[in-house]
Write a protein that binds this ligand. Sequence first.
Ligand code: ATP
Ligand code: MG
Length: 778
Amino acid sequence: MPEEYLKYLQSLNDRQREASCYDISVPLMIVAGPGSGKTSTMVGRVFMLLNEGISPSNILAMTFTTAAASEMRDRIGAVAGKATAKELTISTFHSFSLQLCRSHAEKLGRTSEFLIYGHGQQRKATIEAVRLLENEKSRQNHNACILGEGSNSITSLQHLKDKSRKWLKFVTKAKASGRTPEECRQMGDDIGAVVLGNYNDILKSCNALDYHDLISCSVKLLTDFPEVFKECRDLWKAMVIDEFQDTSSMQYNLLRILASHNHITIVGDDDQSIFSFNGADISGFDSFRKDFPNYKEIRLNKNYRSTRCIVEAASSLIQNNINRCQLKDVITDNSSGSKITIKECHNEDSQCAFVVDKILETASNGSAASCSYGNIAILYRRQVSGKVFQMAFRERKVPFNIHGVAFYRKKVVKAIIAMLRTALPACDDAPYRQVFKALLPFEKEEKKRVIDHIDKISTIRKCSFVSAASDIFSAKISGTFKRSQLTQGRKVLSTLEIVSKLVHREQSISAVITSVANMVPQKYLLEQRAIVDVDGGKLLNEDNDIRSVLQYLLDDVSEFLSTKFIAAEGASKTVAEEKGCVIVLKAFIDFISERERENFHSRRHNNENSVTLTTIHQSKGLEWDVVFIVKANESEIPLLHEFNGISKENGTLIEEERRLLYVAMTRARKRLFILYVMMDSNWQMLQPSRFLKEIPDHLREVQAEVSIQDLQTKQEHIPIETMEFSIDLPREKELSKVDMVPDDFLKSSNYKASEEWKEPVEASNGNGFLRRFSVEDR
Ligand code: ATP
Ligand code: MG
């Protein structure tokens, strides 16, 4: 065995080594709690497979998120060398199935450029499927009441939308479990069979597949086409699957078929199952035991990642779940470490200020406890909670990276910006080229031919890209283009004319951006969405929806107007808008090009020296020294959906939400902060997450947010360890005078200041400064 593999295996504990080196022809199941070295053991297993003569190109490793995939590649690369790591296939289920389906698309009745339908398109297809059903019903009844077309279409559309909500749930469930229309019929559900059949036909006629199709079609390819099965069996001689608890029953089917050689290792922890909305089903462990009867199960129980305090707190939390199929005793030899800080904050601004201060303090104090930005993460339930941190980090020059695709690097966003740029004076060729790429409704190859031809003409005639394009498409130059290409080219040019008119006539940049965003063709959105969704996992869905993209852009416009532009021009918001869209737009584009660069900068320094901002779902399998879980409120964790006014609160859901917090807490190595806010931006009171009470008192330190006034007016002494206060000071007040305020207060109380004043920062309302200080019991 190569020395480096041996060294790696020797660094593992006995049980981990036993698992890694176990006979590779025996199906292996490794079950263990967080931080116990499951992924490390799986990496050891890969070295064992390589050592047994299996080529890296014949090994398939499956993980759940792209972040986890790149983490695993890094870990393997660090020992086996980057070249070997590159040869391995380390993939998510979706990208694996997507590749398989694209290679054999014709067998699925699609072309290899098929589209992938996300939630929005699935909904539309369901409405259409139900409409076909209704039409068929009324035709059969011979009593269709023919109304005026306008009113008919409005009422029936609303009616269909209402109905299709129920049907969408039905279709999604049927697809998730791989049910066919025929099976529905056999179960006595004739109407369901028709809707599902219609839905499938619609997707087929649109050359599309939805997410569940990707998996079920992969299974179909492997079962119905022996040549595909043979190709895969010859290629994938061994498989290792991390985070097995998150596989759905269909994904499990795929694995089972692929693993006919028995060279399969699965690794998981049922307590970390957090993707049930995606069909994740922990009964996969039982199926594995049944389908691979000669399996060997190995359990690991020592946590190497976290301090004892974090391990114990997380264990206490998860013990409140009743439905646990594999009880695990997690122990650790690590030191007990600091207590978990539970911090109450007035609102998201003060939460953000606390976190940023703590980060600056931790990253710069130079003590043994200090750590670099790369060892710090902020975890939240929903992407939107990260935005306030991005703004604060930019302002206070803290490098950060966001998991997922950076906003201004998304092709859809780039297309919108390029369209806007063409309306500005002295626009160069690049944005025009980008716009043609986005707006021409052709397949990749055809698009490229058209754009290359425009480029060629512009070089020959020494003119700009756009004038070459307008000469070609107005048929001033006889060319080789087909009629459809000429028509579509002219359409792009007239769209750009409209954009230009909007920019020159409209006063409001927000209105212009809204109109332009709506001009991006659906087909282009779908293409881009598909790529990002599959790569980054389904969770990025909302992020790529055009409405979310637009909202994000408009938020940035508003921030730009109220900060940079007005500050630089010394003008009010109305004056800024009145300056005319061209000027404002130009400044806005400069503003975002800066942002784009910052993203690039922070992405380049990913993990090395930038704070990570990520959703909890995307943080699976990863770890940091210091972790802040923010907005741990009811309505976030647990996030309870309401359908038709009925809260979906039930035991199963709550247990999954508890697992989500469990996953988040167990990402921390040394220090864990859990924060919640008391009020949302509309001054609505919010409750802390119910799960916080489940963390035992002796493992946590609670920092309440109490105002100075509260303390002054309360007669009794509130016992505290440390408490931090913020006060808003009018801008005109001399800071030195203000220093007296807490002294006055402190003299008449039983508290003493525990820290120096902190540097003032701008108050969130823009009217003054915010100063913070801490006090503790005398
Ligand atoms: P999760 O459930 O969160 O995915 P995991 O079980 O996959 O966690 P790993 O990520 O493999 O755990 O390991 C957690 C940490 O413990 C890593 O930093 C790893 O390097 C370290 N570790 C694992 N095994 C050992 C060991 N035998 N000795 C020292 N450190 C170890
Ligand atoms: Mg892991």
